[in-house]
Design a protein around this ligand. Structure first.
Ligand SMILES: Nc1ncnc2c1ncn2[C@@H]1O[C@H](COP(=O)(O)OP(=O)(O)O)[C@@H](O)[C@H]1O
Ligand SMILES: [Mg+2]
Length: 217
């Protein structure tokens, strides 16, 4: 594989990301580095599991037509993935520079992508505003599937929604309006969307420490 490795881009929560060129396209190389605080053997197993999960879920999502970057290669030896680079900004960044009205439209289309994912029994596993890139024409792209899985269980899908809702709540005072816009898109694409949202509320009400005014409406 002829890859021209370029600059170091970013150190994520899990991996180091480098930019590069492959077949005249911009790519990123995502490499999971050893975590020294974990036992070596266990660490190796965990990293390999996540690499495989990421490759599998990303490819399945791509086949269905969900907006995810194309996986171009896997290197098991150095635990890296070669992935299409998506030009854009993280949803987190976009949120601080975009009007609420425009954000509502963006959140509706994020909801559609997540709805499509769940309709096809794919779970993201770490659905935060740091794992969604907003590209050209405000198109949302889902990234970072290392904790992804295939599951028909409503509980797993509700976990995705709860993670998303909680990160939203932590960073924006408009979280309720934005989550409503998300739900509109989600329900459009996912036939069991409403039921899953109901289930999410149930999980949330089990956590008694959540104040009534902070609950998902
Ligand atoms: N396909 C991509 N195109 C452009 N940037 C990306 C892409 N994948 C990851 N990134 C950038 O690298 C960061 C870390 O990648 P991510 O897959 O989320 O790894 P981690 O597991 O370390 O969080 C992202 O927040 C984003 O800024
Ligand atoms: Mg990430």
């Amino acid at each position: 594989m002829m890859i021209v490795q370029g600059d170091f881009l970013v150190k994520g929560a899990e991996a180091s990301i480098y930019t590069g060129f492959f077949l005249q396209s911009s790519v990123i190389i995502k490499q999971r580095l050893p975590k020294t605080y974990r036992m070596q053997q266990l660490d190796q197993t965990i990293r390999l599991q996540r690499l495989r999960a990421e490759a599998r879920i990303m490819t399945s999502a791509w086949k269905i037509g969900i907006q995810v970057p194309v996986l171009l290669g896997i290197n098991i030896d150095d635990q890296s993935l070669l992935i299409e680079e998506i030009p854009g900004e993280l949803l987190f960044t976009v949120m601080s520079s975009t009007t609420r009205i425009a954000l509502e439209t963006i959140f509706e289309s994020v909801g559609q992508q997540v709805g499509l994912l769940h309709e096809n029994d794919l779970i993201h596993g770490d659905l935060t505003v740091f794992n969604i890139i907003i590209g050209e024409n405000n198109t949302p792209w889902l990234i970072d599937f290392g904790l992804g899985q295939v599951s028909v269980e409503m509980e797993r899908k509700a976990d995705d929604l709860l993670t998303f809702y909680n990160t939203l709540k932590a960073i924006s005072s408009d979280f309720q309006v934005l989550f409503e816009a998300f739900q509109v898109g989600y329900n459009k694409e996912y036939s069991k969307g409403r039921k899953t949202i109901e289930h999410t509320k149930k999980i949330q009400s089990r956590a008694r420490y959540i104040l009534p005014e902070e609950r998902l409406e």
